[in-house]
Design a protein around this ligand. Structure first.
Ligand code: EPU
Length: 336
């Protein structure tokens, strides 16, 4: 359960070759507490690593990495129209989605095929194709890293926002999530408004959530590189929220730029992929790293890439977006 000098190449989807001084994969809360107690005794920094699909390691980690292996999916409660499902933080996200979709319980199908684990889903409020984790998460349970005390946070106390939550801000680095509960619907109504879902559904036999799941998987597989083949962490940046006046000004120059609503008053969200493409980065390769040819929001790491090469490339992209559009991109990926 507790290893020293552990290679992390298999534990981050960029495939960056770095090591952790200590690495642990606890299967129970008791084991997690043991690991944390040991880390406290050795005064080690602690980092909780989910599926490693949203992290960029730029150097070896001189502390303890905990990769939670709390497994199991269970039905906690079921009525005629609602089902409450709880899953261990270590469950692979897409296994949970498949498990629920197979039972015809709706709410997760648009979030099909997102890499990572259940425990990471609420941290960055994962989202895709018009759905977000916050729409279905009901409770997040875990322990505080410092005190080992348990916590149970209902969704309305998680401060969910676009790719953000209390676990990334107010409680950043302070919690180890052990279990997440979801409220799903037993009478699913597919949500097919986003992008190409309707178009892709034409290739499916019906409009069931099983078909929506297949459609989402088809769209994602066409655009997003498979990290098993080409290192990447999905979207590297968030879509920026900019003042409505700036969005309008950019739209005057680029009439086909889509504009999305933002949760920030007086702001609109713009697709970072569009801005990056317009700065000429799409498909660009620099040494061992590059910008994906089909989805420029995705930075890719070829075999042998170092984390700092990806980071350098991201900095260059940020400054060209700043220069051309006056917009500062925020990273979605955690840089360590
Ligand atoms: N676009 C371009 N050029 C491209 C690709 C896209 O200009 O080569 C523009 C288009 O205008 C397109 C728009 O970007 O309409 C949006 O593209 P897309 O639908 O692919 O989504 P995205 O905004 O780039 C977000 C999420 C993805 C999620 C998709 C689908 C963020 C940071 N990313 O990307 O999430 O899968 O929507 O819902 O919000 C992730 O977070 O890792 C991730 C992959």
């Amino acid at each position: 359960m507790f290893y020293s000098t552990h290679n992390l190449k298999e534990y981050n989807t960029f495939g960056i070759d770095v090591t952790a001084r200590y690495f642990a994969r606890p299967q129970t809360v008791e084991e997690a507490k043991e690991c944390l107690t040991k880390a406290h005794r050795l005064a080690l920094p602690v980092f909780i690593l989910g599926g490693g699909s949203n992290v960029l390691f730029t150097k070896d980690f001189e502390g303890l990495i905990i990769s939670p292996a709390f497994m199991g999916i269970e039905v906690q409660d079921q009525t005629e129209d609602k089902v409450c499902v709880a899953a261990g933080a270590g469950v692979t996200w897409d296994d949970l989605v498949a498990w629920c979709v197979n039972r015809n319980w709706g709410g997760l199908e648009n979030l099909s095929h997102i890499p990572g684990t259940v425990g990471a889903a609420p941290v960055q409020n994962i989202g895709a194709y018009g759905a977000e984790a916050k729409d279905v998460v009901s409770m997040v349970e875990g322990i505080y890293i410092d005190t080992l005390e348990p916590f149970r946070l209902p969704a309305d106390q998680c401060a969910f926002g676009y790719r953000s939550s209390i676990f990334k801000h107010g409680l950043k680095g302070q919690t180890l999530i052990t279990r997440v509960s979801f409220t799903l619907t037993a009478t699913p109504q597919p949500n097919t408004d986003y992008g190409r879902i309707e178009e892709e559904l034409q290739n499916q036999p019906d409009r069931s959530i099983q078909s929506v799941r297949r459609a989402v998987i088809a769209i994602r597989s066409q655009k997003l590189p498979d990290p098993k083949i080409l290192g990447n962490a999905g979207s590297f940046f968030k879509n920026p929220a900019v003042k409505a006046s700036l969005a309008k000004k950019i739209q005057e120059e680029y009439p086909n730029i889509p504009i999305y609503p933002s949760e920030i008053e007086g702001h609109h969200k713009l697709p970072a992929a569009f801005l990056i493409e317009k700065c000429g980065w799409k498909g660009v390769k620099r040494g061992n790293v590059g910008v994906h040819k089909d989805q420029p929001l995705v930075l890719v790491a070829f075999e042998g890439a170092k984390g700092h090469e990806v980071l350098d490339l991201s900095t260059q992209i940020e400054s060209s977006i700043q220069q051309k559009f006056g917009i500062q991109l925020d990273k979605e990926v955690n840089v360590l």
